[in-house]
Design a protein around this ligand. Structure first.
Ligand SMILES: [Zn+2]
Length: 270
């Protein structure tokens, strides 16, 4: 047993040092461009707020470095779209995550964890490019993935037992030192999570799809395609209290205006 975990003094065994009290490795956060989506907004309110409106949403992914370990948060739209014109559904991807990582000297095999906010196509599109990563997925989402055919191609490696899988119930301390935490916020999907990253400069709360754009947050709106309205509203409440109490910088993953809240790639926030 490491001396950091257990000290024997004069025959007394002192308790192990709590993980959160251990020295922190430097944590860095970097935003990746994971596509854009043209959407009809009327589906983004179950109270009829946006009839006839359209909008282009960003799809963003995030790389977190903790010492020599890496977490990729979400994997954007389908990598097969990279470099092609916008598809018929209005989805566009300039370049894949793997290409962006190569520009900072990383390979997909360097990614230890891929954390997924929820199973939708615009968050899991390039999951298959990271077959050696441990997949961190909300358990309640996994229970859907197992029986929902559209998810099968993206999740096949993990569905067939070929990939490491950690199912997340409640919150999840990703690196075991309190620096990066998946936050349990059900409602958009059954096992939806956001990500809280504690940087030296302050905490950053990355939304998943708790909200899709700034106005959606301001009015506390609920998209009509969310799976549970009551859970969504309870998760709005938890998200807002966390943001306020921690004085966190909030990044809405689909909000183009939030791109500038982090340094431009390949600069990292520390
Ligand atoms: Zn989304």
């Amino acid at each position: 047993m490491s001396i950091y975990r257990c000290l024997i003094v004069a025959g007394m065994v002192l308790p192990a040092v709590p993980a959160a009290a251990q020295p922190r490795l430097q944590v860095e956060l970097l935003r990746l461009d994971c596509g854009t989506l043209d959407v009809k907004l009327e589906n983004f309110s179950d109270t009829g707020m946006y009839a006839g409106q359209k909008r282009t949403l960003a799809a963003s992914c995030y790389l977190v470095r903790n010492g020599d370990r890496y977490l990729l948060w979400d994997t954007g739209v389908d990598g097969a779209l990279a470099g092609k014109p916008k598809d018929k559904q209005g989805t566009f991807l300039k370049e894949t995550i793997a290409t962006q990582l190569s520009r900072i000297g990383l390979k997909p095999s360097n990614i230890n964890y891929v954390g997924i906010s929820h199973y939708h196509y615009d968050h899991t599109g390039q999951l298959t490019d990271f077959p050696n990563a441990t997949l961190l997925q909300g358990k309640a989402d996994w229970d859907i993935v197992k029986v929902w055919p559209p998810a099968e191609p993206r999740y096949r490696r993990w569905l067939t037992g070929g990939g490491r899988l950690e199912l997340v119930e409640g919150d999840k301390d990703v690196f075991g030192d309190g620096s990066v935490r998946m936050i349990d916020l059900p409602g958009h999907t059954e096992g939806h999570h956001a990500l809280l990253v504690k940087l030296a400069s302050g905490p950053v709360l990355i939304s998943g799809d708790q909200y899709h754009f700034t106005e959606n947050r301001t009015v506390g709106g609920v998209p009509s395609f969310n799976v549970n309205r009551a859970d969504t509203l309870a998760s709005h409440d938890r998200f807002e209290k966390l943001a306020k109490n921690l004085k966190a910088k909030v990044i809405i993953q689909h909000e183009p205006a939030d791109i500038s809240k982090l340094p431009a790639f390949p600069e990292t926030a520390k």
